[in-house]
Design a protein around this ligand. Sequence first.
Ligand code: NOJ
Length: 547
Amino acid sequence: MRLTDTADLWWKNAVIYCLDVETFQDGNGDGCGDFVGLTQRIDYFARLGVTCLWLMPFLPTPDRDDGYDITDFYSVDPRLGTLGEFAEFVRTARDRGLRVIADLVVNHTSAEHPWFRSARSSRESPYRDWYVWRDEPPRDGPKGVVFPDKEDSLWEYDENTDQYYLHRFYKHQPDLNVANPAVRDEMARVMGFWLQLGLSGFRVDAVPFFLETAGNADAHQLPDPHDYLVDLRAFLARRQGEAVLLGEVNLPYKDTMAFYGDPEGVGDELTMCFDFVGMQRMYLALARGSSAPLAEALRERPEPPRDAQWATFVRNHDELTLDKLTDDEREEVFAAFGPSEDMQLYGRGLRRRLPPMLGGDMRRVKMVYSLLFSLPGTPVLFYGEEIGMGENLAVEGRAAVRTPMQWEPGPGAGFSTADPERFPAPVTTGEFGPDEVNVRAQRRDPDSLLSWIKRLVEGYRECPELAWGEFEIIDAGDDALFVHRCATPDRAAVIVHNFSDRPLEAELELPDGTLDDVLVDGTLSVRGGRVTVPIEPFGCRWFRHSR
Ligand code: NOJ
């Protein structure tokens, strides 16, 4: 851990907060969240200790995939504001020390994008080759629809030009042909544009999908898909040295590693990859009350290259995917956290947020976030997690977890003063609705989840060894216990979690010295190379170990 590295590689111990502008804060009273409203909330993030905001797509869109269906890469959805208001927002965020990244969707556009409209108007269109066309759906093409409730094929017939186009996601999202150099140039231009306006990088959507061109016609294949990622990263670094690529790569660890770039190098492709495997194994561990599945995943998880980092998360805006578990394991998690069919989605996931999955047991909820902030990796929060928002199962599909942010009690949740009928999504109701769960009530309550998350963020930022140190799992003699240590040459953090509902004592072998509590006041002494750490049911303790 060199000082110059800690000064530059800000993403290694960032706190990333993901939000959707349209559901975060309405600033003009029309019922839709916007940049003016978001800008008014910047001090909220600063107080929470967030260091980087990740904005979900905010570009013009017919909104059939929550903005991931884009019709113009160079402006702001007029419902959310203007480019000027966007620039003011970024400027204000930077003033409070916050960086901003945004989704970059390279894989597809909306079918209503002028490029696709032109492409499908005639085979002679200058944009024809910006998409992937075949006379017949190929046998050797990519497999597997992503949204089996809505699609049964990856190829859609276009009557006008008598060919099929590829769409890895919905049929209203035709895939861009990234093997076409003109498309790659345009995507670089898009990145350059937003960097120029102050972004510090991108969350790159669906990375393996846009790089997989093997099933395309010969003229549509990338010579080496990873060269393209290296190229994107180099372009990014030239334009803006501190900018990052945070990639959505939901693959087994071995395959994900390829997206960091040359394993011998410092990391020249994606800067961060989400740890989908560790996340899924954590839910299995919670379901079993045993830390073993999580410990196995973390033992198996390779170290990213020197300058790269894993991005860790508990929930995101999509379904909680459990696709990397075996069928039996997935059934265990379904039985524990989403037994009824309307909680499940696509046969592989749950459309729920954490607190309702854990039956509102705040001890467990707090323990999970303690894991998020203490395991190696950069924690990524999804808005509302910090106050324990729940899902609204009355809303269709993945949108169940994308309800308006709950600032205050009341039907508008402090999100907007407009008639809730005009909101982009209905507010959550019941036990986890705004009357019970909101920022205002939690802000000054020292026992609230919001105060807990603040304390965890402080602890995490005060212990850079958590992000930079060497990680090891310490055997504590009971599967319900998860003990890990992160050490740099001059410091070490020792963290203890209890996955069970029993009070336990962790017997640890450590060099003599003192364990100073990080989250509460207290110290324990290590004598004769041993220490006993008492820990409450679903408890967690963070220590700094000094000799
Ligand atoms: C991944 C995004 O997370 C998801 O919400 C979206 O539907 C697909 N990519 C398609 O863009």
